[in-house]
Write a protein that binds this ligand. Structure first.
Ligand SMILES: O=C(O)CCC(=O)C(=O)O
Length: 286
């Protein structure tokens, strides 16, 4: 399997993120953009801010708007196309995820986001994983608890284009909140870096990095795919047990979805199956 270069290893340790250029070619970018547009008409999990608390997703019959440039935040995208399943262990990215996380990992979330071009959205900054994970940081020499791969499906070539915006090095610092747990930093706080990238690039970043979307005034929607990986002893965001797509998966993909190959028993997921490393490091066909 591929490994991080020395420069990437330093970037990960010091900045808390890495940019991989040109992971998708132009044809793949078009393909995934089309698939994203198709999701809108289908049922699925989306935020329901008037009904559900922040961070929770409810089942909706379709997205609020069928305009491909409008806001969409769709969770658990694996069932919609085999290409979304294949992306969970695409070697150019997954090999590096394993180099960073080690082999005892789960795919805990998949997501498609469109950030509409609008003057209404100021962007926001957060760490991943909710209130408890926000309190936990690990050292430069430790594996992370969780990390994401964010695939850009739109060019982001200037500020205020819905940029993925980060505070380099912040993964080592407590996230600043007021007494009610509300973030005291935003994409406009000094130190924030709005990242530039091309459709097809991928950002790998730690759950504890202060990050989030900038405003988008570009005139077009900024589209991304996100895959979250966590250590096995954490749990999945997207499913209670194991995703229904398991029958469409390779053994490695099934393992990434939490299928251990035997029924749950106390100790499962903390002490991993004996073949865990072999399954994760070998991309068997079926
Ligand atoms: O770029 C976005 O729209 C949100 C990405 C993000 O902040 C996240 O996945 O945690």
């Amino acid at each position: 399997m591929r490994k991080l270069t020395e420069q990437q290893r330093r970037d990960w340790a010091i900045n808390g993120y890495i940019q991989l250029e040109g992971v998708f070619d132009a044809e793949e970018v078009d393909f995934f953009n089309r698939e994203l547009d198709l999701l809108r008409a289908k049922p699925g999990y989306e935020p329901q801010p008037d009904i559900l608390p922040r961070g929770h997703y409810g089942w909706v019959p379709q997205s609020a708007s069928q305009d491909p440039e409008a806001f969409m935040d769709r969770r658990d995208i694996l069932p919609y196309h085999d290409a979304f399943i294949q992306l969970m262990d695409r070697p150019e990215v997954f090999d590096l995820v394993v180099d960073i996380m080690g082999p005892h990992l789960l795919l805990s979330m998949s997501q498609a986001i469109v950030r509409a071009s609008t003057t209404e959205f100021p962007g926001y900054t957060h760490t991943d994983g909710g209130e408890a994970l926000r309190e936990i940081r690990v050292t430069e020499t430790s594996r992370p608890l969780a990390m994401k791969a964010l695939y850009l499906l739109s060019d982001v070539d200037g500020p205020d284009c819905g940029n993925f915006t980060v505070f380099p090095g912040s993964h080592m610092r407590p996230f600043p909140t007021d007494g009610d747990g509300v973030a005291e930093v935003s994409p406009k706080t000094p130190g924030a870096v709005p990242l530039i990238g091309k459709a097809g690039d991928c950002f790998l970043f730690s759950h504890s990095l202060w990050h989030g979307p900038s405003p988008n005034h570009s005139g077009h929607g900024r589209k991304t795919l996100l895959y979250n990986y966590c250590q096995m002893f954490l749990r999945s965001y997207d499913f209670e047990t194991i995703s229904d797509v398991r029958d469409r998966c390779t053994p490695r993909q099934r393992r990434l979805l939490g299928d251990l190959g035997y029924d749950f028993r106390p100790g499962s997921y903390f002490y991993v199956p004996q073949d865990q490393e072999a399954v994760i490091t070998q991309a068997q066909a079926s």
